[in-house]
Design a protein around this ligand. Structure first.
Ligand code: RAM
Length: 372
């Protein structure tokens, strides 16, 4: 009975995850919601849709596909890796997942070197730096290995294509709008980021800064500091405490990292701080901090489905290795249950966009906290 219940819960979670993926196909990103470019998260109840989108299986048998995450011990990376593994194993491929000890380019270089020696067919990298991986990734490509990125990009000419969770400007606009809303449009706010070299966080932060400079709507907002918690819980906790001490008039912290937001949420809530928090967080880690009242530190936050991002990179790896795509703009392929994707040229580089960010708030957090 207990087993049955667990398996029912697991299949419900899986169906919701698959459906979240269906809702984030490339075609859906063409029409972002009017307010901030973000969509409300809505786990659908009809699981027949998941079956409808099943695509013909690609042949990945006998081939080894590698994934290099940013670092070990990050639950976002673990979920992403599970999607990658599932997509490839379902097609008969073999998966190697490498989680570097720290979120540094040096730690990634040594694992990529060993993957080159092993002769894997593809390497999907979650870049810890835009340029520091250039030499090792060029070496991998020269050895005939298909190189792609996911989540956090590298220099575009050192990879075939970037599996991007959502458009950079869309994420920047979404977060900036949240900061505007939670500050009431004026006052001090700070960013708690991941590492200072993280390509994805830096791109989102740049997009936010550009918006503040170009739109007079944000003229009364004062970004006091961009702090870096290096995607380590303790350092993110320390940085949050330092922000609270150094800026007594701070109104809002925006943490565009799942590790940072979870650490900051605990500090603010434990201290009963009036500083509000938003950013990008995992529903499973943030559920206890999301609420509209003074007892909760985070009124709302955003994210995309990390399992689907891993799946998308898995299917992209297969399509690169079997020659369905080369990574050029206009290339089309089917990413299994996620549906059809076309590689786009965005800001001068080739990308595949998973879909718009989802908003998590008190109305839906309980539905999502068991999914990812
Ligand atoms: C952290 C990582 C990851 C980012 C998420 C939002 O887990 O920095 O790269 O996409 O946060």
């Amino acid at each position: 009975m207990k087993k049955k219940l667990i398996s029912l819960l697991l299949s419900t979670a899986l169906a919701a995850t698959l459906l979240a993926g269906c809702g984030s196909s490339a075609a859906d990103t063409a029409a972002p919601a009017a307010d901030s470019g973000a969509q409300e998260a809505a786990p659908a109840a009809d699981d027949s849709a998941a079956a409808d989108t099943a695509a013909p299986a690609a042949n990945a048998g006998g081939t080894t596909y590698a994934l290099v995450t940013k670092s070990a011990g990050n639950p976002f990376m673990e979920r992403m890796a599970s999607g990658f593994q599932e997509a490839i194993e379902a097609q008969g491929g073999t998966v190697v997942i490498q989680n570097p000890e720290a979120a540094t380019p040096d730690a990634q270089i040594s694992v990529i070197q060993s993957l080159i020696s092993q002769g894997v067919s593809s390497i999907a990298v979650d870049g810890n730096d835009a340029n520091a991986l250039t030499a090792v990734l060029t070496e991998a490509s020269n050895a005939g290995i298909k190189v792609l990125t996911l989540d956090s990009d590298v220099a575009p000419d050192t990879r075939t294509v970037y599996c991007n969770q959502a458009g950079v400007s869309q994420i920047g606009e979404t977060l900036m709008e949240a900061v505007y809303d939670l500050t009431g449009g004026e006052g001090d706010w700070a960013i708690l980021s991941a590492t200072s070299q993280a390509t994805n966080q830096n791109a989102w932060i740049d997009a936010m800064k550009k918006l503040m400079e170009s739109d007079s709507k944000y003229a009364k907002l004062n970004l006091v500091e961009v702090a870096y918690g290096d995607d380590e819980p303790q350092k993110s906790t320390d940085q949050t405490q330092a922000l609270l001490q150094n800026y007594p008039d701070l109104k809002v912290i925006c943490a565009p990292t799942t590790v940072g937001i979870a650490a900051a949420a605990k500090v603010l809530q434990d201290q009963k701080s009036s500083v509000k928090l938003t950013g990008l967080g995992l529903p499973s880690e943030m559920a206890e901090y999301i609420g509209d009242d003074d007892a909760h530190s985070c009124p709302y936050m955003y994210l995309w489905n990390p399992i689907d991002l891993g799946r998308l990179a898995g299917y992209t790896s297969i399509a690169l290795v079997d020659g369905t795509i080369t990574g050029a703009a206009g290339d089309k392929f089917t990413a299994g249950e996620l549906g059809d994707y076309t590689i786009e040229e965005i800001d001068g580089s080739t990308q595949i966009i998973l879909g718009p960010p989802f908003k998590f708030d008190p109305s839906n957090i309980d539905e999502w906290k068991t999914v990812y």
